[in-house]
Every structure is written in structure tokens, then in C-alpha cells.
Design a protein around this ligand. Sequence first.
Ligand code: ARG
Length: 461
Amino acid sequence: MALWDGRFRGGPADEMLRFGESLGTDLHLWREDIAGSKAHSTMLSQVGLLTTDELNEIHRGLDLVATELAAAEAGQPGGWTPGIELEDIHMAVETRLRDHIGELAGKLHTARSRNDQVATDVRLWLRARLDLLDSELAALIGVLLDRAQVDGRVLVPGCTHLQRGQPIWLGHQILAHAWALSRDRERLSDARRRLNRCPLGAAAMAGTPHPIDRLHSAGLLGFAGVVENAMDAVSARDHLVESVAACAISMGHLSRMAEELVIWSTPEFHRVRLSDSWSTGSSIMPQKRNPDAAELVRGKAGRVFGDLQTLLVLTKALPLAYNRDLQEDRPPLFDAISTTRSCVRVMAGCWADLQILPGPDLDGDFLLATELADYLATRGVPFRQAHQVAGGLVRRCEERGQNLASLTLSELTAAHPAFGADALAWLDPAAAAERRVSRGGTAWSEVIRQVSLLRETLLGE
Ligand code: ARG
């Protein structure tokens, strides 16, 4: 018997039961559902809709249900697992409560509906998960900062188009990723602030004739306020879209980091060696050390983008208020959050354990060509012209099969009279990196300054 079947003669077809139940996903919400029921009943007693005895009895029963669900979750004796005929977590908890305390359980549903219940459960669940994801991101940023500061003073080619561009300290590039992740944290905190409003007491969508105090239950659940409009309260899913969008953006960032680890761990790049803990072997090629962790992060980004797309399409043009379609919001939400969280943790593990290898020999490399142009520009030559001159010198070296280290001072002055005796010293790769002291540049002093700025964001809140 369902809790809603008063007007029905027959029950749902078995296929309909299996089709319609959501316990497979929302059983995960049992803690939130019970917390919501406790807050709601406390509020009901506060406004005189339940006696203190009734409230105590309902709470005692809810605690019993919680104990049983926790035991079932842990696979311990004394557990209770709802069958799919109970449809969803809300009806499961209430039905079990009635098994324990009898008809009094029915009073719990005064002035609420499953529509505001599920909306409340999901907000509670999501708020806690965003906090966990945020601290995991903070931990990953912490790892990156440590690596940048302690091991990042390795000169590597900074690339554009994946072609050698200019010499940089590796720490500079690591910090670029850390900054992106710090913006991800800002996005999570924005999303959290907007979702931290309580839908409970909206009932089906029109509110209720009972003298409830929504602010009271909202406060008990730690919400900053209520969702003001009852119809909005049960219909809104933009907080899911926003949170999953924040996850998707973050996964995009993680996929870029992951891609770099895949490339950097090749002998062709030879920038890092991934630790055994985050690599796998091949069943046929004995020498292989594959960067599977990074590859999976790269791949899972696609999954989370799909979750976002699912939510967007699910809610597009959906009429107000609640529609059963909305039950489909949880699989993509749960998947996006858990996938993003695991990817963040895995990237932190990879980065904490990898070995940063000595940088390549960059002496005379063409990636120093900008130095020649910048040298001339500091001597008053218009940069466009300086660029042409430097380009000509690169071509000359290339034609004779040598690099910039083969240039002599007389060749330089023949190319442009503004070249002086100190010009050749500009072709030192470390000096080239260290000259870039402009704000945000690769000079080591800037790397260290940014490490402190980012560390502040980790302590900030
Ligand atoms: N199981 C439903 C869901 O997950 C709960 C809300 C059901 N409301 C309704 N009017 N059928 O969305």
C-alpha cells in the first residue's frame, strides 16, 4: 500500500513500480531526509501543530529508522533496506516510522509534500558535498603550491601551440593551474551561497493553510534563509545546474593538467616521472608505465560535461512546478559530484608523488629568439623591427644547422648595429626567465609572490 493510494482501486503495474522508483539513487539521501523530518516536526511542535510528546515520539522513531538505515548501509545486522514498492526515500522513511510508532507518523506530513522534501534533501546533500569538494580542491592547490615552491625552480620550455616558446620556471606553469583551481573554489562558494536557502514548508507548490514557521525549520537545518516563493522552491533546479557547471569547469581544468602529465611523462618530453602508485603497467609490453590516472581524469571530464548537459536538457522548458522528470536530476548530480571529487583527489595524489625531472638543455635553443628582439627593443629599436632582425638570425642559424649559441658578436652587429657586447649574455636561458619580473611573469620572485598569494586563499576562509 502506497502512502498516496486513497483514490486508487488498483496498484501500479510491477513494471511501473520498477520504472518509477528512485530508491536506487535517493537512498543516499536518507540522512538528509531524516534531518529534514526532524527539523520539520520540531517546527510543527513549535507552532503548536504537534504536542511535545508527539514530537518526542516522532524523533524517537526517526532515530530508530536512522539506526536501521545506517546498519543496512554498513552491512551490519539490524539493518533495514526499503523495497522498491516504497518508491522513494521519503515514503520509505515515513512508512518505516509508522512501523515503529504507528499512526502518529502520519502527522509528520502536515504542511509539507514530497516536492519540498526532495528539494530540501538535495540542497542539504549538495551543500555538504560542495564543502567537501572545496576542501579537496584546497588540498590539491596546497600540493601544487608545495611542488611549485620546493621543486619548481627547473627551467623548461614554456610552450604555445605545444611548440617551444620561451624559457620559464616550471613553478610558473604549475601556478597557472593553481590559479584556475582557486577560481573553481570561488565558483563553488558562489553556488553554495545561492543554494543555501530552504524550500521546506513550500508544500506541493502553493504553501499551506497551517501556521508554520519556515524560518524556524530553515534555521534548524543551517540554511541562511528560505526560498521565498513556494512554487520556485519546488521547481528550482538551477542550483544543481550551477553546481554541476562549476564541477564541469573544474573538470576542464583538471583535464588540462592531466593532459600535461600524460605528455610530460613521455620520454619525448621527459619532464616528470609519475610514481608507481599512480601508474599502471601493460599486460604485454613489460617496459610500460602508463599514466592511466591522468588519462582517466581526462576522460572523466567528458562524463561530467555530459551530466551538465543532462541537467540542462532535463529542466529546459519544463513547466512549473514539480514534474516527475525532476526525479532524473539525481543520477547526473551524484555522478558529477563524486566524479569531480575523485578526480581532484587523484590529481592531488599524482602531483604529490611525481618526480620532477631535470629540465632539458636550453642553451642556444631557438626559444631564446625573443631575447634578441627584447635586447634590441631595450636599445630603442621598435619591437616589430627587432623581431624581424631576430627572425633573420634564427633563419641563418637554422640554415647552417646550428642553434643560437653559434652566433658571434660580429654576426649580431652585422644584423643590427644596436647589438652591443652584452647581447650574447642575453642568450642565457635562466637569465631570460629571471628578466621577466613583470607582474605575473615567470621570474622566480614572481613565482614566490604568487605562492604566498595563493596560500592566503587557502587560509582565508
Ligand atoms: N521521488 C520523487 C523525486 O525524486 C519525490 C517527489 C515526488 N513528488 C511527486 N509529486 N510525485 O523527485
